[in-house]
Design a binder for this molecule. Sequence first.
Ligand SMILES: N[C@@H](CCC(=O)N[C@@H](CS)C(=O)NCC(=O)O)C(=O)O
Length: 200
Amino acid sequence: MKLYVTYTSPYARLARIVVVEKKLEGRVEILEAKTRTAGSPYYQINPSGRVPYLIDHAGVGMEDSQLICAYLDSLDDKPRFHHPLRDVHWDYRRLEASARSMCEGICVWVREMTRPESERSPTVLAHEMARSQRMADFFEARAADPLMQAEPGMAHLTVAVSLDMARKRGPGDLTAGRPRLTAWMRRMSDLPAIRATALP
Ligand SMILES: N[C@@H](CCC(=O)N[C@@H](CS)C(=O)NCC(=O)O)C(=O)O
């Protein structure tokens, strides 16, 4: 299989984490895609131009981190990050939706900052900065809950990659001044796959 990524994308990082955690390194070749570049040869592979993108063993391509992570996690029929019970656990699904929402907002902030300064929107930056703070408060309030403390699923991985991206490339360290989230993130950062996929 081939997994197309960029090493800065949090969505691609989720797929890379699942590859490591499920010990699929020998079956999945990771390739760096050239995104956001006119005429990139990658557009011949994935017309949307986004990462992650997986080509499975039968040569069939699929995009979107949620789909790709679920697919990779299911290959051994023992999903770890998509536990079947969690699919019908609304508290868990709500948590995952909020995690993705935080991730999307931080991505918008980062994308805005990669534009030339004259093209950046202060309104968008301020909006996303405020959103990221509200979402960090949301997770600080829940960080000690049994659900957040449970075995990591996609919700937990998404919160972790979002916080890491915010700290390294985004609006700042969202765990600062949030002791429960700080402790939670410290534990998540110990996961070998989180370390193995660290942002450049
Ligand atoms: N919903 C998608 C989002 C993927 C996404 O937006 N990826 C960004 C990188 S973080 C991308 O490929 N951007 C390139 C582009 O927009 O052309 C997922 O979960 O995989």
